[in-house]
Design a protein around this ligand. Structure first.
Ligand SMILES: [Zn+2]
Length: 377
């Protein structure tokens, strides 16, 4: 068994779906220390008095500084009954490793750690660091963001960051993510005046006003996409009134909308657009919103081209530069250095029977190794 595969299995065996990443991070740190890394785990306060561990480990000095960004938390495995093999047993069957988090993204983390170790063992120069967050999925303390703030405050600088999120739809080599769409959640409350449905002239129906507003918001596409991005999307995710009576006009109605926007917009420009439509719509509304991440795009630099060449060399596939998918910690890293994402395949992530082939794990390790070599060459 290769070192990368063995490390994948060890990491999957730590049950990190319940804000309990500490032991897994300790284990990874002990493995990295044997290869010459130094580092420590920093606890960051999470809601409800919890603490979430985040690992920063670094090796080498001088020259360029390469950062790998990953996360050790995983989404819950749900009811185990649907799994072919227990989700935290890391069973390998017919060349496939099953386990919660193997693809998203303990696998990418293990592959990078193994590749970095091999590079250092070969006497390679340059500085390599790993920042492994304990909170990418939940409870959203933004571990990577807070860690980078601290690292930057103490003078750490990075030349390039590779995020190891699973970037490939089916086969290793298909996609390098060079950007991500932004994400904003809108919460709109429509205020009316309660009353009897038989006397609507004495009431104001907040649902009617809300429906009119939602129709306006969904009427035309936000844009047609641009060179690197698909069109932005707007999805109404819930409309809630909670009215149990059939003869009462309620006083309030609520809707939530999730907008995934491309680099033609910012969270603020979306808010302004919505506010403008609200100002013209009949009724009285309150708009609340959460900008989960801004859209970003990394330029195709020589480092990105080196990664592309490493992917092609090992996988035989010319990767496409893509911006598809949801948000990731790359949205935090982009404030500090150029960042792209490349990792395992994403067809099984967050699903029952999450898995990855042993072949892909070996391929990704080799790609990371080739990239590290060319990055410092
Ligand atoms: Zn992930």
């Amino acid at each position: 068994m290769s070192e990368a595969l063995e490390l994948c299995r060890e990491l999957v065996r730590f049950k990190t779906d319940e804000n309990n990443v500490g032991p897994a991070l300790e284990y990874l740190l002990s493995v990295l220390k044997k290869a010459g890394f130094s580092g420590k785990i920093t606890d960051i306060d999470a809601p409800g008095g919890q603490k979430v561990g985040n690992l920063f480990a670094t090796a080498g000095s001088g020259g360029r500084h390469l950062l790998f960004s990953g996360h050790m938390d995983v989404v819950p495995a749900g009811d185990f009954s649907g799994w072919k093999y227990p989700p935290f047993d890391a069973v390998v069957a017919d060349g496939i490793l099953y386990g919660r988090g193997i693809a998203d993204m303990k696998g990418g983390t293990a592959c990078f750690a193994a590749a970095a170790k091999k590079y250092l063992a070969s006497g390679g120069a340059g500085r390599i660091s790993l920042l492994i967050s304990g909170d990418e999925e939940e409870p959203l303390v933004d571990g990577t963001d807070k860690m980078l703030e601290r690292l930057s405050a103490r003078g750490e600088k990075f030349d390039f960051c590779l995020v190891g999120e699973p970037s490939n739809p089916r086969r290793i080599g298909e996609e390098i993510k060079i950007g991500r769409r932004g994400d904003i959640v809108l919460k709109i409350t429509s205020y009316g005046e309660a009353g009897h449905t038989a006397y609507p002239h004495l009431a104001v129906n907040p649902i009617h006003n809300l429906v009119t507003l939602l129709a306006e918001l969904t009427r035309s596409p936000l844009d047609n996409g641009n060179e690197f991005f698909d069109p932005s999307t707007l999805q109404i995710t819930t409309v809630d009134v909670g009215n149990l009576a059939s003869n009462v006009i309620p006083a309030e109605a609520f809707a939530q909308i999730d907008i995934r926007f491309n680099s033609s917009h910012s969270g603020t420009s979306i808010v302004r657009w919505v506010e403008e439509i609200i100002s013209r719509a009949p009724g009285r509304f309150k708009l609340d919103y959460e900008i989960a991440g801004e859209a970003f795009l990394s330029k195709i630099s020589p480092d990105v081209e080196k990664l592309s060449a490493a992917v092609r060399k090992v996988s035989g596939i010319q990767p496409e530069y893509s911006t598809k998918g949801g948000t990731s910690d790359a949205r935090f890293v982009k404030k500090y250095c150029p960042v792209v994402e490349f990792g395992l395949t994403n067809g099984s992530i967050h699903k029952t029977n999450e898995c990855e082939t042993v072949e892909n794990i070996e391929k990704l390790t080799n790609i990371y190794f080739e990239f590290i070599k060319s990055f410092f060459a």
